[in-house]
Design a protein around this ligand. Structure first.
Ligand code: PGA
Length: 238
């Protein structure tokens, strides 16, 4: 089954990149490629109003309640979000999110009508001790895999470091993740790669059959660089 390539821009705690809200913004989907942007909570509305497919970087699973500083999935949906990131490694690290929390977020996202992009991936210590598949299997197995979700494989040691797995190492993990999916979802679920993805290394990674696009951090902060990534993805995948 041909899966439409998908490039998601994770802007983390940075402002909206110059040009992102314009009519010729490279962050808009084109024929043959899906895109989405993930700004801070403060910038969600501007992106939604500009017509960009938009998601939050986190949503609380409860619809409302005494959770100072949080925003719920239900509220994000009401604002006009389409997507939400669940379990990004920054959140697992900074906010001590565990697998069960991430699964609760993914389930709440689906209940609220948001499409979850769930991040999984091993740390350097885990890879060095060859436990990467065990870790990723544990992270994937607790997710609502029979539902329509997207998985992003983001090895923690590759995020923001400039270091990436080889295309073969990434493909091996993506194929492994796909093997964990139920028959009904194995071919249709998109599995994105994330971690220092940029125009220089995108071709080798995106050529892999089980890599369906990317969750892009640093290289998504410049409109021109993101445009180059969409061009490469379209050339290879579409
Ligand atoms: P990076 O970030 O592309 O800057 O490595 C990816 C991510 O954290 O989603």
């Amino acid at each position: 089954m041909a899966r439409t390539p998908f490039l998601a821009a994770n802007w983390k705690m940075y402002p909206i990149p110059a040009g992102a809200l314009e009519a010729d913004s490279p962050y808009r989907p084109q024929s043959g490629i899906d895109t989405a942007v993930f700004p801070t909570f403060l910038d969600l509305k501007a992106c939604i109003d500009a017509g960009l497919p938009t998601g939050a970087q986190y949503g609380h699973p409860d619809s409302e309640g005494a959770h100072t500083g949080d925003v719920s999935m239900v509220m994000l949906k009401k604002l006009g979000c389409n997507f939400v990131l669940c379990g990004h490694s920054d959140r697992r690290h900074d906010h001590h999110e565990e697998d069960t929390d991430v699964a609760a977020q993914a389930n709440a996202a689906l209940r609220s009508g948001l499409h979850p992009i769930v991040c999984v991936g091993e740390t350097k210590v885990e890879r060095d001790s060859r436990r990467q598949k065990k870790v990723v299997e544990r992270q994937v197995k607790c997710l609502p895999l029979t539902q329509n979700i997207t998985i992003a494989y983001e090895p923690v040691w590759a995020i923001g470091t400039g270091v990436t797995p080889t295309p073969e190492q990434a493909q091996d993990m993506h194929a492994f993740i796909r093997s964990l999916l139920p028959d009904t979802r194995r071919e249709s679920t998109r599995i994105l790669y994330g971690g220092s993805l940029k125009p220089d290394n995108a071709e080798g990674l995106l050529m892999q059959p089980d890599i369906d696009g990317g969750l892009v951090g640093g290289a998504s902060l410049k409109a021109q660089t993101f445009r180059e990534l969409t061009t490469i993805a379209l050339r290879i995948k579409a």
